[in-house]
Design a protein around this ligand. Structure first.
Ligand SMILES: [Zn+2]
Length: 426
């Protein structure tokens, strides 16, 4: 299995991908433990991969805690155990082997864009340490590999101390969840604006907030598009922003599929299924990571042969309000006339008391929206109307502060905030 220098042409990149898929197929076929994938190992070719069954998060959750799970090509040699909540709320345990972790860090480092930061820059790692969450350690390792001087502050350093650190050391960049960046903008706007780059990881970045930072001269970049299970899937060059990422195509095959696993044409949004090309550890074949994405038909101005994937919303952004199943898409569509898009940062809070419920909109994308206009917009939507006209509905408020109040234990902002936290994944 080899990661290549991405300065090749498209033919070279696809050749590397095909050769790594060959290695994976051979490894699965000779494995004594990969009994779940072995029956269809013959489909692990560029021509036939689309015929292989999809692998779901529930399936992986069930396998995750078993060192000898039926999708492990090799067992033993564990270096890192990662845990994250599955969509069902069940704790999923992931055993990453030493070789896989090496590659996670190498791909993260290969993809990270450090343009404009100079050699050996100070970079604050303000991700959440602990909780067996991989993001903090990932950022530490990736930055160190690229020669940065990492300041592992985590999330508990008081903002005034962080502000002092940034000024005293002339810190070049920070890595943080978007929710923390919002709080830092409120607590230390001048120091945040001093940074040459703000990296976000683990959640979507609000377009308006990013534009504001850029207007002040700070670059805004995704640190990586990576999940706990798969490792890095995509990276952002200096020409990409928002949810757009180049794919690590030599080691990851990304497909955009419909509900039946059929490949969708370029430009059509669907579910992301990735095959992580590996000879060790777990076999992830057409694994549904839980994101809605689009493969862009056009290339990137940077000239890279690696295709560009645009992240849409997560597929679990749905909720049951007063017996009606609603989704983020419905709110995006209802509020589109007010400038809300699929990449806007906002949140729908639902508070229920004795069977009666209230809605609260929060976030920069809706801060200036009058509550009666928001309510009229919801009433104009065929499904949301059921909610807004329910006899149990007790009103809607809009938080004018622009802040996103309810975060999960890891600081992520779920789209629907209903009766306490529900956790997402990285
Ligand atoms: Zn590019």
């Amino acid at each position: 299995m080899r990661a290549i220098d991405l300065a090749v042409d498209r033919t070279g990149l696809l050749a590397a991908q095909a050769s790594n898929l060959d290695l994976m197929r051979a490894a699965v076929q000779r494995s004594r433990t990969c009994t779940a994938v072995q029956p269809y190992a013959g489909l692990l070719t560029p021509q036939r991969l689309a015929e292989a069954p999809l692998m779901t998060r529930d399936q992986l959750a069930a396998w995750g805690s078993q060192p000898a799970a039926p999708n492990r090509i090799t067992t033993g040699d564990v270096r890192l155990v990662l845990r994250s909540s599955g969509s069902s709320g069940r704790v999923r345990t992931l055993l990453h082997d030493r070789a896989f972790n090496e590659r996670v860090e190498a791909l993260g480092a290969r993809g990270l864009c450090l343009d404009g930061l100079g050699p050996n820059p100070f970079v604050v790692n303000a991700l959440t340490p602990g909780d067996l969450f991989g993001g903090f350690g990932f950022a530490e390792a990736v930055l160190a590999r690229r020669g940065a001087a990492v300041l592992p502050t985590g999330t508990t350093l008081p903002p005034e101390h962080l502000a002092e650190l940034i000024t005293d050391l002339d810190v070049a960049a920070i890595v943080a969840l978007p929710a923390l960046l919002h709080r830092l903008r409120a607590a230390m706007p001048a120091e945040l604006a001093r940074l040459r780059c703000v990296y976000f990881l683990g959640d979507r970045m609000d377009g308006a907030f990013a534009a504001e930072l850029r207007a002040g001269g700070t670059a805004v970049r995704s640190f990586a598009y990576s999940t706990t299970e798969t490792g890095p899937i995509g990276y952002q060059c200096a020409h990409l922003d928002g949810g757009d990422h180049h794919l690590h195509e030599d080691l990851v095959i990304a497909e955009v599929v419909d509900e039946d696993g059929r490949r969708l044409p370029d430009g059509v949004p669907g579910a992301l299924a990735v095959t992580v090309l590996t000879e060790t550890g777990a076999a992830l074949v057409r694994y549904l990571v839980g994101d809605r994405v689009t493969l862009l038909a056009h290339g990137c101005p940077c000239g890279s042969p690696a295709r560009v994937l645009r992240l849409g919303g997560r597929d679990d952004t749905s909720a049951n309000i007063d017996g009606t199943l609603v989704t983020r898409d419905m709110f995006d569509n209802a509020l589109a006339a007010h400038g809300v898009t699929g990449s806007s940062a906002y949140q729908v809070g639902v508070s229920v008391e004795e069977g009666l419920f209230r809605l609260a909109l929060a976030g920069t994308a809706v801060a200036a929206l009058p509550a009666d206009a928001a309510l009229a917009a919801l009433r104009s939507h065929p499904t949301l109307r059921k909610v807004a006209e329910s006899p149990r509905f007790r009103g809607l408020t809009v938080d004018p502060s622009g802040s996103l109040p309810r975060t999960t234990a890891r600081g992520k902002v779920p789209f629907f905030a209903i009766g306490g936290d529900h956790d997402g994944q990285s």
